[in-house]
Design a protein around this ligand. Sequence first.
Ligand SMILES: Cc1ncc(COP(=O)(O)O)c(C=O)c1O
Length: 504
Amino acid sequence: MDINTIEQYMNRFNPRLVAFVLGAVKKVPYFRKMIKAIVRKESAAIMKELEGSIKPYRRAFAEYASLPATGRPRKEIRDLMRKIKSREEGKWKNGFVSGAVYHGDAAHIEFLNEIYAINSQTNPLHSDVWPSIAKYEAEIVSMTAAMLGAGSDSGVCGTVTSGGTESILLAMKSYRDRAREERGIKKPEMIVPVTVHAAFDKASQYFNIRMIKVPVDDKFRADVKAVRRAITRRTIVIVGSAPSFPHGMVDPIEEMSELARKKKIGFHTDACLGGFILPWIERLGYPVPSFDFRLPGVTSISADTHKYGYAAKGTSVILYRDPELRHYQFYKTSEWPGGLYFSPTFAGSRPGALSAACWAAMVSLGEKGYLDAAGRIVKTAEKIKKGIEKIPGLRIMGDPLWVVAFASDELNIYRVMDFMTTRGWSLNGLHKPSCVHICVTLRHTRPRVAERFLKDLRAAVDYVRKNPGEKGDMAPVYGMAASFPDRTAVTDMLDAYLDTLYKV
Ligand SMILES: Cc1ncc(COP(=O)(O)O)c(C=O)c1O
């Protein structure tokens, strides 16, 4: 018996009934073991099929499972990497990838590389040796806060982190520690919409904060009434996205943060994706719901410089309304034999060159650079949205600004995505509900990219309609994820994927 047989069999029943029966059956150790074994076998088979595409350089280039006896010549290493780079860069450079590379113009990259090289030895852990990085980071935080509605003497402060996930983890840890210290809360809870980024689930697991998920409305925005109902004495923070990763919708942050303010609870706006684009879209006159420090209930914001801030990968900003909250983020110890030790974020040593490059990106673009970029991105997204609306069988999820998710009531949307992959596209598959999105970046604003996307999408829909029996590549993976209500079965498959990534 394989997953397809089980899937076909299960598809005949009501999914709730299947979930209930599987849930009950799983409680019996024998069946639990059997289900796990089937899933393991099936994940292994899927991974074997995918291994070729996950590891495309096998045997094509020199491989080192252990150190070479003597070092290889620098030229050889450089040549190898240049060859590999040339294989990969066409895809993102020519705008085939959703999100991922947000700027990508050659002159911009060269400039950031130059800045990195100037600062490559810096480490802000040693602020006495490199006070330059403290200067750059303080200014990155200040420029970001000013952009996100903090007045000059508002007290809003923050730190530079390694990315959106770290900003979110740090904020959740700070709320947890503050609640424990100031309110004696030992079993903290955070309220998040189901569409919030997985980093919040990570924070929940890492820091033992119970995650209370609330549903979203038909436009994929958090249900405010459900948020109100979910608040308890243990709630330490409420979270809203501006916008959410899956559907690009901004939650009703004004109402949500007011609820938090009235109950004296923290409110975090996750503007990792939108922090560096929403302020400029708003200035261009597009309808942008309030989300930043202009709302009195918002107590922290994460905003990623390495997305629409157009910095190199590896930086983000976490902002707090006041320094007291930031103190819960800082690590400090006076007990270590290694001396007085303190660091603002999770890492000890950090690449100061990335902060320098981030500062350089922000200062070189300036307000005008961000404004122009935002204008080009929303205009391209509008073209894409209009085009998708005209394709029979597809519908857009919600009413997004530049992250455009689409679904189908007639076709398997993952097979549409699989077809797009054969045309070179790398789109994001989403589920619960099943859909696919394209996160529009500057790469897509180049001539003819949006037109090519729509042409390929029309062909994809046509193809899937005419070939209903085909299996596809990612379609079975999502099929399996959707049909197995058992979380561990799906996460086992993800373990297998990560294991494969680390195979030489
Ligand atoms: C809304 C949102 N929050 C958080 C993150 C996490 O960011 P990172 O991948 O930099 O950790 C993302 C990433 O896409 C995001 O879209």
